[in-house]
Design a protein around this ligand. Structure first.
Ligand code: FMN
Length: 211
């Protein structure tokens, strides 16, 4: 397994051209949703929502606000990773209620966590909450990319789009959401030359040190 992880991470690349005929198996999509659901998040809050873009005409519109990246049309799946615009008290309380009930706990056993969470989130500004929620989407992206590689699915993480235009297109504001990332998933085209390129990474000497 250790070897397979590194093999998969070397095999994956940000795919530029997909095989448009390729479709994911039903189980694959289910598994991707499980992987996303299982992603860790700060305090377990998951202030996130995920939208599969299946409609062809809608994909065209997304592409036009995503630097015309062809992957949005040709990939088997297009996923929009969205984050909440805020974290209100009701949401925080319902998270703790859910945790208490799922784990069969009494209120007194979660009371400290509840007050800590309400206090710590309560001190954050709106901008800090936005940035914090967005970070949780990036954690999902990392997990999703690794999982796709292990499943031998190709994927492309994307920040190359106009988030405001995408929010408008999908009416995200009315849902209390905004777009953070796009991830396309499918199978690489055999003539996507990017798959042949050498990986470019900073050397470990500059990435790691010991104290
Ligand atoms: C957050 C994020 C945003 C990215 N946005 C795009 C994008 O919009 N379009 C694209 O083709 N690649 C995008 N990439 C891919 C990176 O360029 C790529 O991961 C990096 O150059 C390393 O190459 P590799 O993933 O092929 O190993 C993005 C990657 C990340 C992590």
């Amino acid at each position: 397994m250790k070897k397979q992880v590194l093999e998969a991470l070397n095999w994956r690349y940000a795919t530029k051209k997909y095989n448009p005929a390729f479709q994911l198996g039903t189980n694959d999509k289910q598994q991707l949703e499980d992987i996303i659901q299982l992603s860790p998040s700060s305090y377990g809050l998951q202030p996130l929502h995920f939208i599969w873009i299946e409609d062809t005409k809608l994909r065209e519109k997304v592409k036009s606000i995503a630097m015309n990246q062809q992957q949005i049309i040709e990939a088997a799946e297009v996923l929009i990773l969205c984050a909440y615009n805020q974290l209100d008290t009701a949401y925080l309380n319902s998270h703790i209620d859910n945790l208490r009930d799922k784990r069969g706990l009494q209120e007194y056993q979660v009371a400290n966590f509840r007050s800590h969470l309400l206090a710590s989130i309560g001190t954050k500004s709106d901008d800090e909450i936005l940035a914090w929620n967005d970070k949780q989407a990036y954690i999902v992206l990392g997990q999703l990319l690794t999982a796709c590689a292990l499943m031998h699915l190709d994927a492309t993480p994307m920040e190359g789009f106009d988030p405001k235009a995408l929010n408008e297109l999908l009416s995200l504001d009315s849902l209390g959401l905004h777009s953070v990332l796009i991830c396309t998933i499918g199978q690489r085209a055999t003539d996507d030359n990017y798959q042949k390129l050498e990986k470019v990474r900073r050397d470990k000497k500059s990435l790691f040190s010991k104290r």
